[in-house]
Design a protein around this ligand. Structure first.
Ligand SMILES: O=C(CO)[C@H](O)[C@H](O)COP(=O)(O)O
Length: 210
């Protein structure tokens, strides 16, 4: 099981400073959607240049023009790029095709997908690398999480790795781990903790024990 740090509410220097503190405990660093909106793909490039040993995920949440967007993120140095599960199959197909050319990976974010099992099965057949259940900030504010959705996709996904994101904290991580995802994505559970190193190292211990 791997641990991904999501960086959402920071600029490029702040993002680098956070990663410097916790780089020993994480497998993947995510340049979150708000960072890409604020800073552009320069943020991906800057992170890859600063931490070439870490995998960098560009959380573009692609909804259209899958091939083109994946090409641009790849040029910036992203190793993994996100596409939305609610997008058209042709978008996901284009993203996967381009990722194969560039030797990159595609993660499909299942945020706001309603027919979770059925859609996860279809997306798995499109050859994506990760399928990620996700309660976004607006759902989290309404007290929701994706723990049940993880069990749902685990029942049907045969090829892709499974991942979960959205409001995971040190105290809820053990429950998440019970469902055995391949990847756990944590943002505020690390960046909002008073001791970043402690939170990241404890999370790593739990994730690697599983
Ligand atoms: O993609 C995101 C929001 O859309 C976040 O990166 C993801 O939810 C992880 O962050 P957190 O653990 O703070 O919820």
């Amino acid at each position: 099981m791997e641990l991904q740090l999501a960086l959402d509410l920071v600029n490029i220097p702040e993002a680098k400073a956070v990663v410097k503190e916790v780089e020993a405990y994480i497998d993947i660093v995510e340049i979150g959607t708000p960072v890409v909106i604020n800073e552009g793909l320069h943020a991906v490039k800057a992170m890859k240049e600063a931490f070439p040993h870490l995998k960098v995920l560009a959380d573009l949440k692609i909804m259209d023009a899958g091939g083109y967007e994946v090409m641009k993120a790849s040029e910036a140095g992203a190793d993994i790029i996100t596409v939305l599960g609610v997008s058209d199959n042709s978008t996901i197909h284009g993203a996967v095709e381009e990722a194969r050319k560039q030797n990159k990976k595609i993660m499909v974010d299942m945020i706001n997908v309603r027919n979770m099992e059925e859609r996860a099965k279809e997306i798995d057949a499109l050859g994506v690398d990760y399928i990620c259940v996700h309660s976004g900030y607006d759902h989290q504010a309404a007290g929701k999480n994706s723990f049940e959705e993880l069990n749902a996709i685990k029942r049907v996904v045969k090829q892709a790795k499974t991942a979960i994101a959205g409001g995971i904290k040190l105290d809820t991580l053990p429950e998440v781990i019970k469902a055995n995802p391949d990847l756990v994505i944590v943002g505020g559970g690390i960046t909002g903790h008073q001791d970043l190193k402690f939170a990241a190292s404890e999370m790593r211990k739990l994730v690697k024990q599983a």
